[in-house]
Design a protein around this ligand. Structure first.
Ligand SMILES: Nc1ncnc2c1ncn2[C@@H]1O[C@H](COP(=O)(O)OP(=O)(O)OP(=O)(O)O)[C@@H](O)[C@H]1O
Length: 472
């Protein structure tokens, strides 16, 4: 059965549930929201993401009616809501603190808002029971908030917010108080409940992985403006700026100058491209004289995407980590000797190699360092010829090899650090220009079989379309 894709923002006939029209919000002479326009559609799970102070909460507060707009207008269902007081808006806001009444039972907490509206008893009962079922809290109905867990309290707050069937639910860091494991589980519950009720959710979160997991679309903000509004995959794979690329996930940024590339097909491996550095990869050395020293200064930053994958995939098997990725201890001289003397681990069964596809023609070269081969970016815009550009490439798209691989882009370097993330390892490779590049490899082999280690001379490689060329 064909699945219908939920993407109302692509349908020009769809009317948005919420519309910000050239909204500006100033506090004195400070502009918190700067002439911002945005449409959010019914049933969306919309995430506002951005650094502290970029205006996320101000947007929510204006939607809820706690803050007025300085200029422009906010429409809900096509109606300007500027003059509608908060309690008359079909909007509810759930705060991080949940603000449950400690002396009331779960049941009474959920019923609170309905009773204040003087709804009749039968209606309240039916609605509360429905919310209890939806949030799987029926058996805790008579308990007080302090007699249930943090995750359950979060669900009570959600049930209470949804009881009045708002058209729009605003969630300000709703999972901030939960530990990582519970937070992750609750994200899926939140998505499930949102789908079942059909309520439009707008969530503010500092956690980019959370936004990637739950949201139908993400707005990345900076200083009161929207930098990019798109689906999580587009935000990740095709960021529109260095700001977004750098803000979401882990990324390598290579600055250089664009040079237009001939628009003709070229056989692999890129004979038309200026020769890559032909310096032969040094043969594996026998035992290294000394154990490489790993200093704190070289510790890589925790890899957010890797951490996310770890939590998603491996945490169940290996248990949760509390802290940053563990550094593998540097190998001992004996280990190094053994690793280099031992025959290389058997290569994975060679796939019946299809002929290496020709490198896509067109696009640009990026001249990025003196004496280094240019980077081929077949997806770069030839109109950028002569301009400064930045290639943004995710670590999982960069390969690392001891022998020079046949790839459109190969650059020599040296392994400086290895961050072990369980399912994957991130290698920090210093290129000859001094630029540090992160490459990720899936740990399909056991640790004892690892064959790329500290100080190894390696080749990083990536395809001609693996990165995104960004202009500033
Ligand atoms: N009542 C206020 N008076 C003056 N300035 C304010 C007021 N409320 C917010 N601001 C300023 O507006 C900017 C945006 O604030 P806002 O709370 O919307 O940011 P945020 O993106 O939600 O930040 P955080 O992630 O830290 O919560 C900040 O610089 C903040 O200092």
């Amino acid at each position: 059965m064909a699945q219908t894709v939920f993407a109302p923002w692509t349908d020009t006939d769809q009317k948005p549930l919420i519309e910000f029209r050239n909204v500006t919000k100033s506090f004195g002479d400070f502009t918190a929201i700067d002439n911002l326009s945005l449409k959010i559609y019914e049933r969306e799970f919309f995430a506002l993401l951005g650094p502290s102070g970029c205006g996320k909460t101000t947007m929510m507060r204006m939607l809820a009616g706690f803050e007025s707009v300085t200029s422009g207008s906010i429409l809900l269902g096509g109606q300007d809501i500027s003059d509608v007081p908060p309690n008359k808006r079909p909007v509810n806001m759930m705060f991080q603190s949940y603000a449950l009444f400690p002396h009331l039972s779960v049941w009474d907490n959920i019923a609170f808002g309905l009773r204040r509206e003087s709804r009749d008893k039968a209606f309240v009962e039916e609605r509360v029971e429905e919310m209890l079922r939806l949030t799987r809290l029926s058996k805790f109905a008579r308990r007080k908030p302090h007699q249930i867990s943090g995750g359950q309290r979060q669900r009570v707050a959600l049930a209470r917010s949804l009881a009045k069937a708002p058209k729009l639910l605003l969630l300000d860091e709703p999972l901030g108080a939960l530990d990582r494991k519970l937070r992750e589980e609750t994200q899926f519950e939140l998505m499930d409940i949102q789908e079942k009720t059909g309520t439009t959710f707008v969530i503010v979160t500092h956690d980019q992985e959370e936004a990637m997991t739950v949201a139908s679309r993400i707005a990345v903000m900076d200083e009161g403006r929207l930098v990019q509004v798109d689906t999580p995959d587009v935000i990740y794979e095709a960021p529109n700026s260095v700001y977004v690329a750098d803000f979401i996930g882990d990324v390598n940024l290579i600055e250089g100058k664009a040079r237009v590339r001939p628009d003709e097909p070229a056989p692999a491996p890129a004979p038309e491209a200026p020769a890559v550095d032909e310096t032969p990869a040094p043969a594996p050395q026998p035992a290294e004289p000394a154990t490489p020293v790993v200093t704190d200064a070289r510790l890589p930053a925790p890899n957010a995407r890797g951490e996310w994958l770890y939590q998603k995939v491996f945490a169940r098997l290996l248990g949760h980590r509390e802290s940053a990725p563990r550094q593998l201890p540097p190998p001992s001289p004996e280990e190094l000797a053994a690793a280099h003397k031992a025959p290389p681990p058997p290569p994975p069964p060679a796939p019946v190699a299809p002929a290496e596809p020709a490198i896509k023609p067109g696009g640009i070269f990026i001249d990025w360092a003196e004496g280094q081969p240019p980077i081929i970016a077949a997806n770069g815009d030839p109109d950028t010829d002569g301009k400064p550009v930045t290639l943004s490439i995710r670590p999982e798209k960069v390969t690392i090899d001891l022998d020079k691989p046949q790839r459109p882009n190969v650059l020599p370097g040296k392994v400086i650090d290895i961050a072990y993330l369980g399912n994957i390892s991130t290698y920090h490779v210093e290129l000859r220009s001094g630029l540090m590049i992160k490459a990720q490899m899936v740990n399909a082999r056991r640790l004892s079989n690892r064959h790329i280690t500290w100080e190894d001379e390696v080749w990083i490689g990536f395809t001609e379309t693996a990165g995104v060329v960004l202009e500033e």
